[in-house]
Ligand binder design. Structure first.
Ligand code: IPM
Ligand code: MG
Length: 361
């Protein structure tokens, strides 16, 4: 039997509930596909601040680094929570997430957004725009750009002034572009690279390097698109996108937009990868503190993230397929959590949704 070490980060808000369901699903698939996962829990985010005064300890990072993969729920809370937020930026819950991405060198963030047939009614777009649906992969650069640049607030000539620096070097751009083209080769062979090259130097370099990488993939159709146009195209003609390659902040924003048109952010998984097999898997949504502990959160995004973990870090493709198929079946059978509920469907809670998926593996 194959055995793997998994670092679990339940995190804050709904994190513990949804990770719990993902673990039950993983274990069920393990019985069927003959693998065993050994879990080690670490604290990250607000819960780590409460316990250790920092959002992620170096000991926790070391545990994550030595494991085969990391499965994360969500971190953070209400910005009004002064214990977590009235502190320096590097001590806030989200800093734990940025730190683990950087420490594990997870520069490539894959966020798939596709429309399940069963959820077409939950899609906020008009039927004529939805057409035959859509299936895209947002490939977001995750360890560079604005979120990792130098930042400070100071008084300049008596005026309070805040600065955030946006930097990319050619190597950072090249390695994410290669990942995007590699993934496109396994999909519909289309890459749209998103930038703001009509204004930003970092985007002009981005465009130049992506073009160079594209030359090595003659089978892949490649186009550049400005980010403001892309935001518009996503709600006007989502079917045109296959792989969307973009930098950190644009990817953060566009992936939320893409997830919303799938009907619910509660459905979207993500994988963060680097150059080794070690990856971090998390739902694209946040910690939703307002609904935490009520057994109403949708666990599907985390369960689908766990499936991505099996596929990309552990090479257990069959088990990953089985989980994805089980999720599709549950939707077909009419089970819905509140966020994706529609007329005539059967409403279930977090735990029950987990049960329904487990039954179908
Ligand atoms: C995301 C989140 C994070 C990000 C925050 C919580 C730092 O919005 O994963 O998209 O911007 O990367
Ligand atoms: Mg985000």
């Amino acid at each position: 039997m194959k055995e793997f070490n998994i670092t679990l980060i339940p995190g804050d808000g709904i994190g513990p509930e949804i990770v719990n369901e993902a673990v039950r699903v993983l274990d069920k698939a393990g019985q069927k596909f003959d693998y065993k996962l050994k879990y080690t829990k670490i604290l990250m985010g607000g819960c780590s601040i409460d316990e250790y005064g920092v959002p992620l300890t170096d000991e926790a990072v070391a545990i994550a680094k030595s494991s085969d993969a990391v499965l994360l729920g969500a971190v953070g809370g209400n910005v009004g929570n002064s214990r977590w937020y009235d502190v320096a930026p590097n001590l806030r819950p989200e800093a734990g997430l940025l730190k683990i991405r950087k420490e594990l060198e997870l520069f490539a963030n894959l966020r798939p957004a596709y429309l399940y047939d069963e959820l077409k009614d939950a899609c906020p777009l008009k039927k004529e725009i939805i057409g035959d649906g859509f299936d895209m992969m947002i490939m977001r650069e995750l360890t560079g750009g604005l979120y990792f640049g130098e930042r400070h607030t100071e008084e300049v000539d008596g005026v309070v002034t805040a600065t955030d620096v946006l930097t990319y070097n050619e190597n950072e751009i090249r390695r994410i572009a290669i990942k995007a083209f590699e993934i496109a080769m396994k999909r519909r062979k289309n890459v749209i690279s998103v930038d703001k090259a009509n204004v930003l130097d970092s985007s002009r370099l981005w465009r130049k390097i992506v073009k160079e990488v594209a030359a090595d993939y003659p089978e892949v159709t490649y186009t550049d698109m400005l980010v403001d146009n892309c935001a518009m195209q996503l709600v006007m003609n989502p079917g045109q996108f296959d792989v969307v390659l973009t930098e950190n902040m644009f990817g953060d924003i566009l992936s939320d937009e893409a997830s919303m048109i799938t009907g619910s952010i509660g459905m979207l998984s993500s994988a963060s990868l680097g150059t080794t097999k070690l990856g971090l898997y998390e739902p694209s949504h946040g910690s939703a503190p307002d609904i935490a502990g009520k057994n109403i959160a949708n666990p599907i995004a985390t369960i689908l993230s766990a499936a991505m973990m099996l596929r990309y870090s552990l090479d257990l493709d069959e088990a990953a397929d089985a989980i994805e198929t089980a999720v599709a079946k549950v939707l077909k059978d009419g089970y819905r959590t509140t966020d994706i509920m529609s007329d005539g469907m059967k409403l279930v809670g977090t735990r029950e949704m987990g049960d329904m998926i487990i039954e179908r593996i």
